[in-house]
Structure formats: C-alpha cells, structure tokens
Design a protein around this ligand. Structure first.
Ligand code: GTP
Ligand code: MG
Length: 693
C-alpha cells in the first residue's frame, strides 16, 4: 500500500451493538476497494478482521482489528482509510475505548431491522465522552423487516439533534436496489459488484426526497453563517457547497450524517467510503493532548500536538498482540513526525530506549513491511522490549505521554487452578503477557488464590482460551473466596501454657491474655501490661508474635481475626526451658482459648455499590438489591434522565452481579463497587459460608 500523506489519512472506528454488521461492513469496504479478491463471511471465519479462533468459534469480534484500504473518493483525491473494526459485545468495551483513543472519526453502525439497541447507546455515549465526530451507517437494508424510516425516527428520539440523513433507500428488504442522494437529488442504482450508476428518482421516492433535501439543506446551512446568509437571500446551495459546510459541522460534532446500505449486497458501501474521506477529519484536524517535558508517570505540561510529518517523531502504542510467529506486536499511531525503521525512541514513562526493528502495516493478521509511518497513520512493530499498551515513545530528551482511555472496572472474577505443575510454573508470566495483550484484565490474589478479573464471564472465558492456546497454560477455575473475617463481641481471659519438661532441654511458657472488642475497622492491637518481670521483657515480642500469627491463622471459624485488643497481663517463665518459641506457642494457644471463650462473630465484607440505570428500571434494580441483603443508601436523578442508586451490599451477594444486572436491565445498567466496611453475617447464613474443615 502506498505511503499516504497526513491530510489524506482517515482513521475510522466501526462501532455499534454486537452482531449489527461491523466486521461484515469492513469486509465489504475492503472488497469494494479491491484489497481483497473475495468478501469473507463471519459465519465461515473468513473475514479479514476476525482473525482469532476464539472469534471464529463465537462469531463475534473480541478486539479492535486494523484494516487499511486506499480509496479514490468522488472528489478525485486518493485517501488511506484505516478501519478499526471494534468488538460490540459488552465485555469487550475496553477494545472500543482503545480504538476511540486513536480514531479521528467513528461510524456508528445500526441495523435497519433492529434499530437503536443498547450497544448503540453505549457506543454513542463512549464517542461523546471521547469527543469523537460520528457518522451513522444503517446496514442490513437487504434483510426482511428492514425499515430505514423507523430507524431514523429512533435515532432522532434517542440521540436528539444533529442527525442528518444524506440518503433514502431505493427499495428495501429483498427489493433494495440503491439509494437516493439527498444532497444531489439523484437516484443511485447498484449492480451486483457494488458499483452504482445514476438514474432519475422514482416517483415513489421523489416527493419525500425533495422534502428531505430542503430539510437537510436548512439544517446544514443553519450551522454555517456564510451559507445561511446566502440561503436567506434566496440562493440555493449546491450539493458540493452543502457538503463543504457539513465537513465542519461533522468535525465539530454538531452534525451526524446518516447513510444506509447493505454490507452483503454492497449497496451504499462505496458511498460510505466516499463520505469517510470527504466528511471525515484528517489527523491534522484533530490535535492530540500530550503531556511533555517530564519523564515518569507524573508531572509535565499538557500541550495539543498537531500531526505534522516533519516534526520529531512521537508515537503511541494503543494495542499489543501476542503473535504466534513474530512474538509481541505493538500497534501504534504516529501522533506527529515520521517514524522510521531502525529508529531509536525513548519510552516517556519508563525512560527505556526502544529500537524499532522493522515496521509494518497490519491488515487483520497480514503484515505489510514499510520503511516509515507518517504522522496520523497507524503502524505496527514487533518485539518492543518494554512498551506495553498505553506507552508513548519519542526522541531522547523530549519525554512525552499520551493519556490513554480511563481504566475500566473489573467486576467479574474467577480463581485459577493450574492443571499441572508445569502449568503452575508458567502461570504468572503467562498471565502477565495475557494482561499485556488485554489491559482490561487484571490479576489479583485473594488469600492463596490467583484471581483473574475482567468485565464478565465471556471476557474471562476468552482469556482462559487464549491462555491455553497462546501461552500453553491450562487452568480450571473456582469461585473467588470471599475474605470473611472474625471478631469478638465480648471480652474474655484465657491462659496459654506450654510445658514440656521431661528431662533434658524442656519447653516452658505461660501467658495470661485478656481479649476485648476494638471498634469496627480499628484492627488488632497488642498491649503488654505484665509487671514484676512475670515474663522477662525479651520474651514479650515473642508473645506478641504468637498472638499476631494466631489471629492471622484464623479464629474458631477459620477466618482471620480483626478488631480485637489483646492484653498480656501476666505469665510465668523458666530460666532454662523458656524461649522465644515457647512463648510464641503459648501465646498462640492462649489466644485461641480466649477467642473460643469470648465467642466470635463472622464478618463479611460489604461493598458500596453505585448503580446507574434508566429511570424506568429503578424499581427492579432496587428490588433486586434488597433481595441481595442490600441496604439502600440513596437514589439520585441524573441530568440525562438516568438514576443513580447507592447501596451497601455484602460482597458475597455480588459475585455474579455484573451478569445479573445486565440481564435485569437489558444491558442498560452499569455499576461500580468498592469495599466499604465489614459487618456481622446473619447467623442463618453462617453455615453456608463455613468451609468444611
Ligand atoms: N443480510 C445481511 N446480513 C448482514 C449484513 N451485515 C452483517 N450481516 C450478518 O450479521 C451477522 C453479524 O455480522 P458481524 O459483521 O459479525 O457483526 P459485528 O457487528 O461485527 O458483531 P460483533 O463483532 O459481535 O460486534 C453475520 O451473520 C453477518 O453475515 C448485511 O448488510 N445484510
Ligand atoms: Mg465484529
């Protein structure tokens, strides 16, 4: 593929609800642009963008795939379009974040049959938060029950002002044969290979098209002062003039053109490519905020960097792939300057130098070598030593950092059990590489368990399949154990005694302990109130150690002991047979005795949960939280009509909450949860959590 110039690059993220047709649309664009001889199918696992077996098995995309193609648009210019085909499934929303962080335009793909879905709303919100200009492509117009008008109404009802339909369908469902161009008032009929020719508008469309043309023209000129003035003086703007005005409104996020077609029949696909090039911003139109002047993770000054191929190189790694052949591949965007093969650049956070061995362009899993990658373009390089996703590389002495997308929460977790010793030996480095490839995963420890955290059950299932396939590590999973704790509700005293004196070097130690409840969250404390040398000073640390170890080892129910004040107020020793070990052991005995006497209460961790849902679903969510022993703290109406519910819910009731909330709210509910405090677990539930000894 020829080297493109920065102003002619268009980096476009395809986003939308799962199964809406993004990967198929990418395939249709690549085929129409002539970079692939045949159009693959998702069902056959033959598309350019769905490359992994895990994707083929599920017929869904799991991570953002890069697929560039050259396009000569109707303005006669040749562009390079970098498609970023994003996953639609909720668990993989992190992949959308990563793509939106480097895209200059998003195409929100909507099905002409299913209309606006929850995934459509989610990506629209993501684009709005990332400040990304948007087009809408209504696809699947060839399918039964396709209804463009219904979908357009839904789009306007859901997303408000700014939706500008530039096309109307000529026929729909199996009678789809083309589109009416609303700016030029022409009919465009398509033949079998996705090429169109103009024709007069058929009567059944003409009247509506003219009405829509006027509506759209008015909407477009109202966003452009100069055009508005001429329009009000009775001048009719040409299609080209309207398109020119639209360019700015799209770039400023004021207008969202709506196009239509079918990725299977090819109707409208070439027009989409034209509009991506003619209406979409180039990288030079969208300066990138960069923090410069400070090596390391903090400090520095924020500047907006404009993509300039002549400037010093600055590149940002937005994706990392563990490739079976070349090892680790880092996919990057050149923020400014031109990155050349064999260049040496420095990681702005770690200060480490990286040598760029061999650059290439990625298309799905295909690699196309290149000597350089210019400002605004997307390239890839293998074997960077220490620059994971999110890293920024620049010339030595000019450290810089590009802020990546905000980290996502990981509400779903599983504990991993390696199948064999070999698996166990490889586990931790394999997990590091897995997380390196997918930064929306997190590794954690809960007691002795190794825990993998992510967005949901599919996310973790895919991660474990990759762990086995890519890194050769097999594991089984089990639920993450909840970190229960124990404490006492009443004071007690007990003696801890160790006496083994049957000739030779014996062992002797006696401690008198008093335990009393401390306040919630106060932790444990040890007080030495021994007087008169009943226990020599040098043995007191051993007593304290014995007490602390016994509390960590667990109370009568086997859970670590918290919020207890332990006082050692007396004891006995033997000048020969006493030792640190003897007092440690006696102290541990004594503490267990005292806890058993006092009686312990099992505490469960309680999380502060904030759930955001559409108002209509608030009641269901409140009821569900109460059924999880949740205590509602409050509810707040949000400006966008949604409601935030705050509640305290035992952690043990939330292990599958991300999945349950998704099904309860049809995917429209989101939540965050953080540890807040411990609370006594109700007696009737104690049996359920006790691990059989
Ligand atoms: N008839 C018809 N089917 C389509 C069209 N576009 C996609 N499909 C079918 O819709 C299904 C889903 O298509 P995908 O391209 O995988 O959808 P996606 O948006 O990439 O899905 P995710 O990767 O899960 O987000 C496949 O069976 C496609 O064959 C279209 O324009 N017309
Ligand atoms: Mg897909």
């Amino acid at each position: 593929m020829d080297q493109a110039s920065t102003p002619r690059i268009r980096t476009v993220a395809l986003v939308g609800h799962s199964g809406v047709g993004k990967t198929t649309l990418a395939e249709a664009l690549l085929h129409r642009a002539g970079v692939i001889p045949r159009q693959g199918r998702v069902e056959d696992g033959t598309t350019v963008c769905d490359t992994e077996p895990e994707e083929h098995r599920r017929h869904i995309s799991l991570s953002p795939a890069v697929a560039p193609f050259p396009w000569t648009a109707s303005d006669g210019e040749t562009y390079k379009v970098n498609l970023l085909d994003c996953p639609g499934y909720a668990d993989f929303a992190g992949g959308v974040d990563a793509a939106l962080a480097v895209a200059d335009l998003a195409v929100v793909v909507v099905s002409a049959v299913d209309g606006v879905e929850v995934g459509t709303e989610t990506v629209w919100q993501q684009c709005a938060e990332a400040g990304i200009p948007r087009l809408v492509f209504v696809t699947k117009e060839d399918k039964p029950r396709a209804d463009f008008h219904r979908v357009l109404d839904q789009l306007r009802a859901t997303f408000g002002a700014g939706l500008v339909p530039l096309e109307l369908p000529l026929g729909e469902e199996d009678r789809l044969r083309g589109v009416a161009d609303v700016l030029s008032d022409e009919g465009l009929a398509y033949d079998a290979d996705g090429r169109h020719h103009t024709e007069a508008l058929p009567d059944d469309v003409a009247e509506e098209e003219h009405r829509l043309h006027d509506e759209v023209a008015e909407e477009i000129v109202s966003g452009d002062d100069e055009q508005l003035e001429r329009y009000l003086s009775g001048e009719v703007p040409t299609a080209a003039e309207l398109e020119r005005a639209l360019v700015h409104e799209v770039r400023d996020g004021l207008a969202f053109p709506v196009l239509l077609g079918s990725a299977v029949t090819g109707v409208g696909v070439d027009r989409l490519a034209d509009y991506l090039c003619e209406l979409g911003p180039s990288p030079a139109d969208r300066p990138v905020p960069v923090v410069v002047g400070a090596s390391g993770a903090s400090g520095g000054t924020r500047v907006d960097v404009v993509a300039d191929p002549g400037a010093d190189p600055l590149m940002h790694v937005f994706r990392t792939v563990a490739d079976p052949f070349v090892g680790q591949v880092s996919v990057f965007k050149v923020i400014t300057g031109t990155v050349r093969a064999e260049e040496r650049l420095v990681n702005g956070t770690t200060g480490a130098e990286e040598r760029l061995h061999g650059l290439f362009f990625l298309r799905g899993k295909e690699h196309e070598p290149t000597a350089s990658v210019v400002a605004g373009d997307i390239g890839a390089v293998a074997k960077l030593a220490g620059s994971p996703t999110g890293s920024t590389l620049s010339r030595r002495g000019t450290p810089a950092r590009v802020a990546g997308p905000p980290p996502r929460s990981t509400p779903y977790a599983l504990a991993l059990r390696p199948v064999t010793q070999a698996d166990d030996d490889k586990l931790s480095s394999a997990l590091q590489r897995l997380v390196g490839e997918d930064p929306t995963l997190a590794i954690d420890r809960s007691g002795a368990q190794t825990v993998l955290r992510g967005a949901g059950d599919t996310h973790l299932a895919v991660a474990l399949e990759r762990l086995a396939r890519k890194f050769g590590v097999n594991v089984t999973t089990e639920p993450v154990r909840i970190a229960y704790r124990e404490t006492i509700a009443a004071p007690a005293e007990a003696e801890g005694k160790l006496k083994k004196q049957s000739g030779g070097h014996g062992q002797f130690a006696v401690v008198q302990l008093r335990v009393s409840p401390a306040g919630p969250g106060e932790g444990t404390s040890f007080v030495d109130s021994v007087v008169g040398g009943a226990i020599p000073r040098n043995y007191i640390p051993a007593v304290e150690r014995g007490v602390t170890e016994a509390m960590a080892a667990g109370g009568p129910h086997g859970f670590p002991v918290v919020d207890v004040r332990v006082e050692c107020y007396d004891g006995k020793y033997h000048s020969v047979d006493s030792s640190d070990m003897a007092f440690r052991t006696a102290a541990a005995h004594g503490l267990r005795e005292a806890l058993a006497k006092a009686g312990t209460v099992v505490l469960e961790p309680v999380q502060r949960v904030r759930v955001v849902v559409p108002g209509a679903l608030q009641g269901d969510v409140l009821g569900d939280l109460s059924s999880r022993r949740g205590r509602i703290v409050g509810t707040t109406a949000l400006p966008d009509g949604r409601h935030e519910i705050e509640a305290m819910v035992p952690e043990g009731e939330l292990t599958r909450y991300v999945l349950d909330l998704r099904s309860l709210t049809g995917g429209r509910g989101t939540f965050t949860a953080e540890h807040d405090h411990y609370d006594a677990i109700p007696a009737h539930l104690l049996q359920r959590i006790l691990v059989p000894a």
